[in-house]
Design a protein around this ligand. Sequence first.
Ligand SMILES: *Cc1c(COP(=O)(O)O)cnc(C)c1O
Length: 349
Amino acid sequence: MPALIRKYSEYLSVTDATPVVTLGEGDTPLLPAPALSRQVGAEVYLKVEGCNPTGSFKDRGMTMAVSKALESGGGAVICASTGNTAASAAAYAARAGQDCLVLLPAGKVAMGKLAQAVLCGAKVVAIKGNFDQALEIVRLLSKQYPVAMVNSLNPYRIEGQTTGAFEIVDQLGASPTYQAMPVGNAGNISAYWAGYQRYHDAGRMKRMPKMLGFQAAGAAPLVLGEPVSDPETIASAIRIGNPAGWRTAIEARDQSGGLIEMVTDEEIVAAYRDLGRQEGVFCEPASAAGVAGMLRLGRQGYFNPGDTIVCILTGHGLKDPETALSVSPEPLALPADSAQVATHFGLER
Ligand SMILES: *Cc1c(COP(=O)(O)O)cnc(C)c1O
């Protein structure tokens, strides 16, 4: 398998001289979702980005950002993160032999993501503040010091993430009618839209999909039309009050004829559990926001029977086991006795 950014190099700023830093990212499953399809009355697919090497779509952007940082001389990379950017940056920087500096909002990062970043040797500090404040510090430091910012303000991150759109078209054999996804810092929705435009211009697909973005109700600046100073939601990956990709996300919405709406934490948790129980897919809470939004539109009769909808499941459920356990019943403790276990499960001969 060639590295993701070699496979799609004709669409990316990659030359034969680029030292490609890869961990085997991309080529993630596009999984049909029969239960969700029945519920919304259209053909639903799940793009399972949790199958990337560090368990989120951030790896598509990070392979580009770290490869280009290495090409231009190396040195340290730096990022602010709600968790997944840190996990990805730490892994790709380690692979490249670069230092990785990470700023996290203190006490607000899912356990699995923090574990990944520290194990891969990132230098992590917890900022007493939120993600938006951490990002502001990273922007300043990357201007004042020779460190490469690998947040989605880095154009190579966005470029790498366009490969998600290429893959969907290659896997479906056409573009979907709709794409549903969570929106936090709004880099990914911008990247997907750029990717579809690029593939369309190259004659690889005919019809542009409509982009359906969903923010959490407690962190919905794009829906409210103004920054949110204290963003709050169970979906920590989209707990962002002032998205860096604001303008391009609105463009993606308007140029595609799509929408950006908000979903409540209750809707997110319901979709999160449904994905596990009905489709056997364990994603992280933020990823379920896109599915929650799609389900609501489905109930409103938004979709038609011939439509195809791709939901981007942005990150793996194992990143945030605490949330999974907090919304699930605790296992009953029983003595090691087969009769009692059989009775508990209601087994009959
Ligand atoms: C980063 C992230 C998002 C949000 O993506 P943006 O590009 O910031 O909008 C959503 N879900 C997961 C799991 C993420 O890691």
